[in-house]
Design a protein around this ligand. Sequence first.
Ligand code: SF4
Length: 451
Amino acid sequence: MEIRKIVLIQPGREGRIFGKAPAASYTLMRLASLVPDDIDVEIWHNDWEPVEKKLRSLGKHDLVGITAKTLEVEQAEHFAQIAREAGVETIVVGGNHATLMPEDVKRWADVVVTGEAYRTWPKIIADFQNDTLQPHYDDTEWADLKGVAPLTDRVINQVDERRRFWTPMMEITRGCPRNCSFCTAIRVSGQKMRFRPVEEIVEEIERRKLDRFFLTDDNFGLSFIIDPEYTERLFLALEKLPLRGWTTQAEMAVSNHPDLLKLAKRAHLDKFFIGFESVNPDNWRELGGKSKGLIKQYQASIKGIQEHGIGVVGLFVFGFDNDTPKVMWDTWEFGKNSGLDSMSTTVLTPYPGTPFRNQLLQEDRLIPDKTWRYYDTAHVVYYPKQMTVPEFEQEYDKVCRAIYSPYRIAQRGLRALARHPIRRMPAKAFGSFSTDYGYRRTFAWRHAFSS
Ligand code: SF4
């Protein structure tokens, strides 16, 4: 069939915050870059501009692709329905949820894409044109990242990140060999950690004119252990770029590598988001070996990183089977005394395909009416073992109100800001407070719709 236009859709519930959407979809930017030059392609991001009305302008010759995380999949299905009513005949759905639970998406999508679509997407476009589309395309070979889907200037210009989005996203590594019981990373990005060539990273940063970015990497910090030589080369290359700063997720073991931390600082690394996950040592089995619930180790690691002038955001999850309400208040105490720059405290969420969800299914502990939109780490969607659901929710509300009070956000933000030389403070002011503000917004979703 002849293609009039390809539209790639990113659902989103945040909308614009102070005039800009949180972040452009890096995956869609790369998929759009794989579209041949002679075919029109557009990325529609629901946070930047609601897509419902625009969907009604589509028709039979338009190919629609939607990506969705579990939390967004109900919205994706709604968009697909509107597109279909407008006359669209082919709706392709990929992303985390389709990869984790293809049978759920098959109900309403014409084509389901599992795994990384970089190798299957060009084939889908060709098959659409040749009327040979298949209902399912799979790419879970977790192939080498070298040369994969470089961003084109057409897409970079069209997305116009600086004007429309707060945080540019970037990828350096993908995959994580840890297997934390609640995490989808190994199923969505593969268990083998893969690395993009340093020269490709530098070329992309320069061409996108990025002066700051957040990495999409599952656990960039593991590169310190798996391939320190690569990491050193990367930092030496980034040092030469005129970056204002960048941030990434990592595990606490980065603190055992002072030489690399020194280079990381020189490479303009601003902040690590460290998944400590729990201050309850009884949960060590669930944490995939990256942390053990031991406060003393956490404190040493935070200090070790901050001594190099790099900030630490602590990520914590509540609701493991060994958790009682006490763990939330222990985390609060730890947060107060640990010198963290920001903290995220979320509700454990049983995403499809994870060992944690499989366990809950076996034990019949999923709350039946909690549909996917509740899978936002702010709602309780299962029956915890050592608390009732109301007990969990009430205590969670109390502790989050304490952690995200304006006073505490200001306190942590000022502490983070004080680490920078005075001349750099104006440039660092926004970033010092915005992380906690973002987590406060995530928590606020708990009361945005009925629980
Ligand atoms: S270390 Fe992080 S990315 Fe890796 S499996 Fe655990 S939670 Fe997921």
